[in-house]
Ligand binder design. Sequence first.
Ligand code: ASP
Length: 311
Amino acid sequence: MMLPARHLLAIEGLHQTAIAGLLDLAESYLLLNRSGKTQRDLLKGRTLINLFFEDSTRTRTSFELAGKRLGADVINMSVSTSSVNKGETLLDTAATLNAMNCDLLVVRHGQSGAPALLAQKVDAAVINAGDGTHEHPTQALLDALTIRRAKGRIEGLTVAICGDVAHSRVARSNLHCLTALNARVRLIGPPTLMPAEVARLGAEVFHDMAEGLKGADVVMMLRLQRERMSGGQVPSAREFFRFYGLDAQKLGLAAPDAIVMHPGPMNRGVEIDSAVADDPARSVIAEQVEMGVAVRMAVLDILARQQPRLA
Ligand code: ASP
């Protein structure tokens, strides 16, 4: 299979067959990981740099693990240890990385569009690991794989994405991914946390959890992203939980076999109750993390194969 571009910057614009191909490859990596085997030849002698301008636990670790399992040399650069703190611009950083002959560059940045800018300046294949409120493509892919494995399909399912949609790159990537795969997407949240453009993107919008959750097959909770708020968008954590936090009672409105997802990090007691997050019968949050490694192996594999230097 092939991706339409040299980089993975967004899900928007990816065709259903490309997404399905990535998920199939990721599933084969999942089985390999579970068998305890590795495939260390694929990226042998190649360099993967994790360049993170924002915090991350799961994403950075899983890209590191994915790169190592495929045999790459993996280097983690975080802002606190790089020259960016000394005033180096994004493009100077790009030139430095280029001079190091980096093959795969994983970038997280607080500014929407920063990975796309870097992609124009470096020879490496760039993978967006989350840019501002724009996209987080590998998160949507791992979410899709989690849903496909739990439900056996994605087409025709009703997926409710709930909470702080406005600041969520996870919501945007998921919306593009799930609609491309023919799921029905509902977005639920207070009007202050619902971006104006969402209706245009083909989702149904709800401001009431009771209505939006009705019969949903998948309930995906989002973190309340206070670091991206300029203030006043949410009255208090306690009030937010009362109206939009997922607890057993609200989950009872969804389909009886609905699964519960969260990209992490979770604010327990704010957008999700621990009793739901930790319920092994409903929550697939741990599976999401496992799928993350497999999906990132698939993405690295495909982009490396597509890169002329690696051919
Ligand atoms: N970890 C995800 C992200 O980086 C979700 C979140 O931070 O709430 O977008």
